[in-house]
Write a protein that binds this ligand. Sequence first.
Ligand code: PMP
Length: 407
Amino acid sequence: MNNLLDIQNIRKKFSILYDNNLIYFDNASTSLKPDIVIDKIKNYYSLYPANVHRSIYKIGLKASEEYENVRKKIKEFLNAESTKNIIFTSGTTESINLISHSWGLQNLNENDEILLTEMEHHSNIVPWQICSQKTGCKIRYIAINDQGELDLSNINELINEKTKLVSLIHQSNVLGTVNPIKEIIQIAKKQGAITLIDAAQTVPHLEVDVKEIDCDFLVFSGHKMVGPTGVGILYGKENILDGMQPFMSGGQMINEVNLHSVTFNELPLKFEAGTPNIAQVIGLGESIDFISKIGINKINEYERYLTEYALAKLRLNAKIALYANSKHQGSVISFNIQGINAYDLAEFLDQKNIAVRVGHHCAQPLMKVLGVPSTIRISFYLYNTIEEIDFLILSIEEAIKFFLDRA
Ligand code: PMP
């Protein structure tokens, strides 16, 4: 038994979990949303649906205040230096694209190297490939060992005087491995390289303190942390953001526009052109409150308990191939079952109302390293239960009988 979280009370806050038998194990893709987040968005549209930063009438001021309050909440949540470090984007993908355009294109050339890892999500590979095509910079990768961890044996060679950027995933969205980012950032700093952390899989699940990590950039998405789609965060160090050109341009990101010249707004608005995703930002503020009230460390501890339980059960079956075996494991587990097509298994589980992810998880280079086209992925969040895992294990055993024993 575990009493880390008041699970029944938490589950009551998600109307999708009230009356149907949904077992939702696809949290690494996106999380469910509690009613208070949905209500907050509805309230914005019904009660004060004005634009931000420009209107002097009451509902306009209310919208601006709510929007900027969320920036303060994010600053606190990440322990950032100031609200100037917090830029609202549409998600992790846009945040990385912003950096690759506004920092990468400006600062990289053919003598430079950037370092990624073989376990990156496509959103931290493709923007750098496009940047490399335009600037001539070379991309190198940290390899993965048999445990599904980063192989750091040659890290002092991989990070050298040519390295201008080290950009890496905090926790793999496929393997669940949590990477030793602090150690890698320290090595990068000694060589004067900029560091970018893709924290899409960690900010929702564990305490992330940007001052302690001492990264230059950190990015994540609201929708994986019980928040709305369409809003994400780019944290950046002020001196670096200050030196960068805007990404998108137009309204709001300017100071003064003349027919043939323009000066830009101060941080953070310099990077927020046009009408932002106001409802989504305001909804995200409610998600942050929701998580903070429960406590991110408690959530993390509860997820560790669920993950260890699930791993122990899965390991009992010799037909199940697991793809990571790290001591630093988040609440994401990838596996396949010998002789069963992963898509067939996912469909079988869907018949039982168990939502799992199947595919390459936007990490095709990692799939090539693992030597498989796809995996089944289960990923937990604060509303999942041991009983749900038990039902999954039973269903997998039933699937094995169905697909293999009659073959
Ligand atoms: N990085 C990681 C590690 C992810 O898991 C994801 C989402 N699967 C992304 C980046 C992209 O996030 P988004 O689609 O919200 O931009």
